[in-house]
Design a protein around this ligand. Sequence first.
Ligand code: PMP
Length: 376
Amino acid sequence: MYGAFEADLRELADRGRLRSLRERSGIDFTSNDYLGLAESAELRQAAAEAVGRGVPVGSGGSRLLRGNHPEHEALEAEAAAYFGAETALYFGGGYVANFAIFSTLPQTGDLVVHDELIHASVHEGLRRGRAEFVRVPHNDVDAFDSAIVRWRKAGGKGRAWLSVESLYSMDGDSPNLVELLAVAERHDAMVVIDEAHATGVLGPQGRGLAAAFEGRDNVITLHTCGKALGTVGGFILAPRVVRDFLVNRSRPFIFATAPSPLTAAITRVALEISRSNPERRERLARLVQFAGNELRRQCNIEPSGSHIVPVIIGSDQAAVALASALQRKGYDIRAIRPPTVPEGTARLRIALTLNVDEPTVASLFEALSEDLRKAA
Ligand code: PMP
């Protein structure tokens, strides 16, 4: 009955691409818990407090039915204020929020131009959506411009949409948002900025790298709760009309059970910690600086400059072997392989979080340097 599945799995295994779930073990260099909030006393306390005042665990239904809870609405109001947007709409995750944006907002006749490294959830939304879409080379702002020019020349009449991440999840680098926004102005285009890995970490008060542009009519941002904020969920920050349209037209919003009110209550506290605690961000920034220097000094590898540090290896097998060697030494580091990253760019993705300190980072890079030498 499952012959086709078995054959597919065998083929993945033959190509060194079979994935399996591993138990959580070793020192965390792989989670997106950048501010160390996921297991913090503060958020446990927030959970206990919310339970104590009777916030329910389950929402019981769609937001449009009985699932809507005051905790959702309070969270959305606070998120909108924090991120500097007119409104926020809360989803169960960033994946589904991205899916909602791209499957619902761009219309027939529109063109979405997206960076080639954009997250899988955007691809998924685009496939289900109505607009044409085209990919452009990574962080190439001019390519966004020429894609729109080409489309107009070929008779494109609708609206153009630009889709980027403010910090790329597997490369830890950023587009030039000022130039991108200028392209958008020139073409009267919409810009969707996925801040998943910047939320709580980058920009003023951790409001993301698009904070300078938030509140603009043509900018929509996505922030996630499952990374630096330490909970789970995703926000779409947008003008009110966009929120109203999503509430009425977005299938993943309409037909899904609303997120847990308890998680919403805890996320409100996470937002407040993020807003009022520059000290966590400063500690992370110092760790990023330290790690960059160590990576350069010990491994002769140029760091990304952010809390996401890719070490590009190339072949899948070599990346997996290196990750396994580091795991045996007690570091939780994973190899990232295609299709998550382009062919031939399998890598170690080292995530820096407040769950580790400077001596641990230094010892990791010492171990990495040794393993890289052995592999050479
Ligand atoms: N966007 C980006 C850039 C991501 O890295 C992720 C998470 N892998 C998502 C969206 C999806 O967010 P979530 O994990 O909250 O569903």
